[in-house]
Design a protein around this ligand. Structure first.
Ligand code: FAD
Ligand code: SF4
Length: 552
């Protein structure tokens, strides 16, 4: 059935439509209802429930929460139960861990006053606050289309049709998506949002800014024997198992009921196509520093998600007629701090304040210029500006020299100047791979099933589930160039960078084909970012599909 033979879509009208119930979207909704209780606000969320698709470290700087809900500490239901007590940084070699003294770190790196938690739990809790203020929240519905008006303004979004078969034809139980129309639409899809990407392209929002930059973060949650648990201890490392030319590092946070969140981030501007971020996490866990914490424990969760890393230089223009980008849709992660949830909340609050002013002035579908004009001078801008050269220095000079120079630059920025000005990030991440023939394939150790695991058993722990009979949500635009570039030149890196084993080249010669196991996709968005042929587009599958993260 072609789209013009389908029944029409129902439309619902709101003052504000928000796409994504992460910290940014929920904070925007709450602030809007605090300022203008009579305005109507809707949030659509593609996860089966709020929090199901949220993956973060997470050590949370409460600056955003303090501004949104100043009394949150007196609310007995809040999930920020574990204050950071001990903060350690290490440089790793294969067998040794060299502790860096805390006094060497610029003050902005201190985690004093921060909390260890699950960001998914924080979102579940914020969702109850939003709903109690009258926000309409629809989990299980992905926004799949931006609605534009005749003047090119954003009018809202449409959710995807449900009950479409693999062949693209309606099945029994088929229902059309719904149009959610708003005076303003806030895109809060997080890193590499699918609609955000379309809006950035339509309005050329990235023009005059560096390209967006990303990392992939993989995370496991472990329950460890009580004698190995140190409530409130957080550790960050860089160095081994990555080589000097590959950026990234680890985090390890003790919290909850003998829980340890262990994660590894690989910067997606890596060059060697044989690198597997998943295997780097597995290898990292075998380091004596980590093994001694996890030994005898049980892995209870696994997941992966792209993290924005471009910061100050890469944040695009955030506004366009009828809408704005908030949170990691704009890209507000402070890379050396590995924190973005506080800025996601602050940007949601800031945008909401500008929307509330616009609604009060009876405006609609115009540009929220005051939001774009104010973020760089706000706490978000102050946070990101001081660290703007850390990632470019790391990329140019490698880990050993680059991290040192980055530290020096953070210190001088703390004092109000930089020796480097503002360095550029260079190429987009999908243009940084070098041909596979320049490197030796990496022989990663086999999993032992106790400390280290394979990808399929890991995906099982993410609770990922997609309706099998639906169109593949990962679109490869041109299979011929995918073979010629991705396979022939770079030896199929998708097979290694995908943390869920979705992509496999099978067969040989004329029979060679790319198999896409889309049902395993954990929605990390890495393929959309890193495919060297620039062919892969991630689109939202039918609502509710994807991971079902708990404690992430
Ligand atoms: C491995 C890792 C570790 C991190 N560690 C920390 C940390 O320790 N501390 C910290 O502060 N920050 C950390 N961050 C960064 C932090 O998680 C992000 O900055 C933050 O989650 C961004 O919030 P957001 O609301 O913009 O987006 P997200 O948290 O990504 O939320 C976006 C929401 O939108 C939904 N969505 C997306 N597209 C659609 C659509 N089309 N339709 C409907 N719903 C949609 C998603 O399902 C999701 O629920 C980490 C990130 C990673 C990946
Ligand atoms: S298919 Fe793409 S978005 Fe899905 S898990 Fe793999 S890399 Fe991530």
């Amino acid at each position: 059935m072609s789209s013009n033979e389908l029944p029409g879509r129902e439309a619902m009208e709101f003052d504000v439509v928000i796409v994504g119930a992460g910290p940014a979207g929920l904070s925007a909704a709450i602030r809007l209802k605090q300022l203008a209780p009579e305005c109507s606000v809707v949030i659509v969320e593609k996860g089966s429930e709020v929090g199901a698709h949220i993956l973060s470290g997470a050590v949370i700087d409460p600056i955003g929460l303090d501004r949104l809900l100043p009394d949150w500490r007196n609310d007995s239901s809040h999930p920020l139960r574990q204050a950071v007590k001990t903060d350690r940084f290490y440089w790793l070699t294969k067998r040794r861990a060299v502790r860096l003294p805390n006094w060497l770190m610029p003050p902005l790196m201190s985690n004093h006053g921060n909390f260890v938690a699950s960001l998914g739990d924080v979102c579940r809790w914020l969702a109850t606050k939003a709903e109690s203020l009258g926000v309409e929240l629809y989990p299980g519905f992905a926004a799949t289309e931006v609605l534009y008006g005749s003047r090119g303004e954003v009018l809202g979004v449409a959710t995807g049709d449900m009950g479409v078969g693999k062949d693209g034809q309606p099945k029994p139980g088929f229902t059309r998506g719904i149009e959610l129309r708003g005076k303003y639409t806030l895109f809060a899809e997080g890193a590499r949002g699918s609609l955000t990407k379309a809006v950035i392209a339509k309005y050329a929002l990235q023009q005059d800014h560096d390209p967006p930059k990303f990392g992939i973060g993989l995370k496991e949650v472990w329950q460890v024997p009580p004698e190995q648990h140190r409530a409130g201890l957080i550790q960050h490392t860089f160095g081994w198992p990555l080589d000097n030319h590959t950026g990234g590092g680890s985090f390890l946070y003790h919290w909850g009921d003998n829980l340890v969140s262990v994660g590894f981030v690989v910067h997606l501007n890596y060059h060697n196509p044989w690198i597997s971020p998943f295997e780097e996490l597995q290898r990292f866990k075998t380091h004596p520093l980590v093994r001694s914490t996890l030994a005898g424990g049980k892995r209870i969760s696994y997941g992966a998600r792209a993290i924005t890393e471009g910061g100050w230089q890469s944040v695009p223009k955030l506004t366009f007629p009828g809408g704005a980008l908030i949170g990691c849709a704009g890209g507000f992660v402070n890379v050396p701090r590995i924190k973005g949830s506080h800025n996601a909340m602050l940007s949601g609050i800031l945008a909401a304040e500008k929307v509330a002013e616009a609604l009060a002035a009876r405006r609609a579908h115009d540009e929220l210029e005051a939001y774009e004009a104010s973020w760089r001078k706000s706490d978000i801008g102050r946070d990101l500006r001081k660290v703007r050269n850390v990632k470019p220095l790391w990329s140019r000079f490698g880990t050993i020299i680059g991290v040192g120079l980055g530290g020096l630059d953070m210190w001088t920025n703390t004092l109000g100047f930089s020796l480097f000005g503002t360095l550029s990030h260079g190429k987009p991440d999908n243009q940084t791979l070098e041909p596979a023939s320049k490197f030796k394939p990496i022989a990663y150790p086999k999993p032992d099933g106790k400390l280290t695991f394979d990808r399929l058993s890991s995906v099982f722990l993410s609770g990922t589930n997609h309706e099998a009979d639906q169109p593949v949500h990962l679109h490869v635009a041109d299979l011929e160039s995918e073979k010629r570039i991705e396979h022939d030149v770079f030896a199929g890196p998708s097979n290694r960078y995908c943390p869920a084993g979705v992509y496999e080249w099978v067969g040989e010669g004329a029979d060679l084909k790319l198999v896409i196991n889309a049902q395993n996709c954990v929605h990390c968005k890495t393929c959309d970012i890193k495919d060297p042929a620039g062919n892969i587009t991630w689109t939202a599958p039918q609502g509710g599909g994807g991971p079902n993260y708990t404690q992430m």
